[in-house]
Design a protein around this ligand. Structure first.
Ligand code: MF3
Ligand code: CO
Length: 291
């Protein structure tokens, strides 16, 4: 699938080096994996140094916004107030909220409470209550580069059951990160995440997952957490993607709000939690870009 270059040609990556001294061995490794039947990334999914710097700058804003939410979030606040903080802080720092108008999404951030799995829409009418758990999922565009991360917040006195869901979901993310091993298939990572959730008596949403990210909001590959080991795209140094499992206390079945067309709920209305990070695959493992 890759165009074969002559060994003395300039490398396709733009380094200015000869191909043989740059990406030739890298490409050989990929082609061998492809011959074994694995999916490999197209070249546009491999980020350059410049791309990575751009994503990191975008992520500085995204993380500052989430820090600000963490400082201010409390019972009695509306989710519209969270949206206002996201919009104002992002714009003040020179970025654009990636969610705003994305495929018609009406607000700057997703705020998903308790049984809301994802894509909760901020509203003046939704007031945070003592005991709620909420996911704030924030994404930023800066100079055309996308960053994407989400965090859980516990409002006031949260029940031990819900607190455990939030904590185990974070552990799922950590288990996933440990499984980001370059040159192995991404299905191994997803399976490890799923297994940790199952071991704790929870389920993982299968229809919605992570994604490549950086030059566009949602790029290949789709990052599933209900995947078989040995399947899926090979994790290649230079790839950037998110890990963002949605972990449910009860059934993994979900449904979408018919009125707003966005918000996803658990079918049994039991709580759901999610944490999201964006990472770069490196030669030795991964580097977190946004969290
Ligand atoms: N931030 C979400 C993700 O992690 C996407 C939200 S899209 C929106 O991929 F339109 F709902 F904002
Ligand atoms: Co995402």
């Amino acid at each position: 699938m890759y165009k074969r270059l002559e060994r003395n040609d300039p490398c396709w990556c733009g380094s200015g080096k000869k191909y043989k001294a740059c990406h030739a061995a890298f490409d050989d490794k990929l082609i061998q994996l492809e011959h074994k039947g694995f999916r490999i990334p197209t070249r546009d999914l491999l980020k350059t140094e410049k791309d990575i710097e751009g994503i990191k700058k975008s992520a500085v804003i995204n993380m500052a916004v989430l820090d600000e939410i963490g400082d201010k979030i409390r019972a009695g606040m509306t989710t519209q107030e969270i949206d206002d903080i996201v919009y104002n802080t992002t714009i003040k720092m020179g970025g654009i909220p990636a969610d705003l108008n994305y495929e018609g999404f009406p607000k700057s951030v997703c705020t998903s409470i308790n049984e809301e799995v994802c894509h909760g829409i901020p509203s003046e009418d939704v007031i945070l209550q003592d005991g709620d758990i909420i996911n704030v999922d924030c994404s930023t565009i800066l100079d055309g580069y996308f960053s994407d991360s989400s965090r859980m917040f516990c409002i006031g006195n949260v029940s031990p059951e819900k607190k455990r869901l939030v904590d185990v979901t974070k552990e799922c993310l950590e288990v996933g990160l440990k499984a980001v091993i370059p040159w192995t298939p991404i299905g191994d990572m997803g399976h490890a995440v799923h297994q940790h959730a199952l071991d704790n008596g929870y389920t993982v949403v299968k229809e919605i997952g992570g994604h490549g990210c950086g030059k566009e909001f949602h790029e290949e590959p789709f990052v599933s957490y209900v995947s078989r080991p040995g399947t899926g795209m090979i994790m290649v140094p230079g790839m950037v993607f998110t890990i963002e499992p949605m972990v449910n206390m009860g059934t993994d079945e979900i449904f979408c709000d018919e009125e707003n067309g966005w918000t996803v709920y658990t079918a049994d209305l039991k709580p759901s939690a999610q944490w999201e990070v964006e990472l770069l695959v490196t030669e030795t493992g991964y580097e977190l870009l946004c969290w």
